[in-house]
Ligand binder design. Structure first.
Ligand SMILES: [Mg+2]
Length: 287
């Protein structure tokens, strides 16, 4: 079986920022949280993902804004977010599976989420549970007595994101990583890797996606960027950081229906990759 991997960033790529929605649901002023509180730590030298995770933890406690927030609360918040996904994703996944199968029943397509957001929240979504092979994101450890989150368990920074691309590439499952944190460094000959980079399509919107864009593109895969055409800042960043620097094939609004730009390009890109895999297999057989 040959595998195509379609890998998505989460926040602002598949739906509006989920951490912001979580904070606001607890009455926290998200503008102040990101614009002042998190920024303050970043300016003093904190890695951005660690900065926001620490600021979340500071808000956890009996009389604090997030109360005794536990991972199960993140999970149930994620469960409530299914109606927030950008349009067209349900039919996109269904059609991509069918299209791939119709090209060859020896080719399968898998979907992944690679995010600097909160993994327990993301995994709470029934839509995510139904469609994605794995979710990689930041995680908290819980205080055993209170059940409240109190430590940072895993932090997915921007360069760390590429580690998970290599795990997908080498066919390493998250459960195997629990046994051996360094398993991704295992030497696997290119021809034995489960998902070659050229079979990967990456979709993301932010500065944290740049190392993934670059890696996927450099290794022969396809990278699409997402931006919000309604926001001047987002358009400016799309142009300066992503398009001018050739990091992505193109940038689009996050809309995934057949008739939307990104939706139709993802369908075309997947068909293209599947046809190439089929041709390669036929050539290998006739050799
Ligand atoms: Mg994002």
């Amino acid at each position: 079986m040959k595998t195509i991997a379609l890998i998505f960033d989460f926040d602002d790529t598949l739906l509006p920022d989920s951490t912001t929605a979580l904070l606001e649901s607890y009455g926290i002023d998200s503008k102040d949280f990101w614009g002042r509180s998190v920024k303050e730590l970043i300016r003093s030298g904190y890695e951005p993902a660690l900065a926001y995770l620490n600021r979340i933890l500071e808000n956890v406690g009996e009389k604090k804004a997030l109360g005794l927030l536990g991972n199960k609360d993140l999970h149930s918040f994620g469960q409530s977010m299914d109606s927030c996904f950008y349009p067209g994703l349900n039919s996109l996944f269904k059609e991509l599976r069918e299209n791939t199968k119709s090209i060859s029943n020896q080719i399968e397509i898998e979907f992944y989420i690679l995010s600097g957001g909160l993994q327990d929240l993301i995994e709470g979504s029934p839509f995510v549970q139904k469609n994605f092979s794995a979710v990689y994101g930041c995680q908290f450890g819980e205080n055993q007595d209170t059940g409240a989150i109190h430590q940072i368990k895993r932090c997915v920074t921007f360069t760390e994101k590429t580690r998970y691309l290599f795990e997908i590439n080498k066919g390493i499952r998250p459960a195997q990583v629990l046994e051996n944190q360094y398993i991704v460094n295992k030497d696997v000959p290119t021809k034995n890797r489960r998902v070659p980079f050229k079979n990967m399509i990456y979709v993301g919107d932010g500065l944290t996606d740049i190392p993934c864009f670059s890696l996927v593109k450099k290794m022969g895969g396809i990278a699409f960027g997402v931006f919000n055409p309604q926001e001047q800042k987002s358009a400016k960043r799309a142009l300066l950081e992503f398009l001018n620097t050739d990091r992505v094939v193109s940038m689009h609004a996050p809309k995934y229906r057949k008739t939307d730009e990104l939706g139709s390009l993802l369908r075309a890109a997947t068909t293209n990759v599947a046809n190439k895999i089929k041709l390669e297999s036929q050539e290998a057989e006739s050799d």
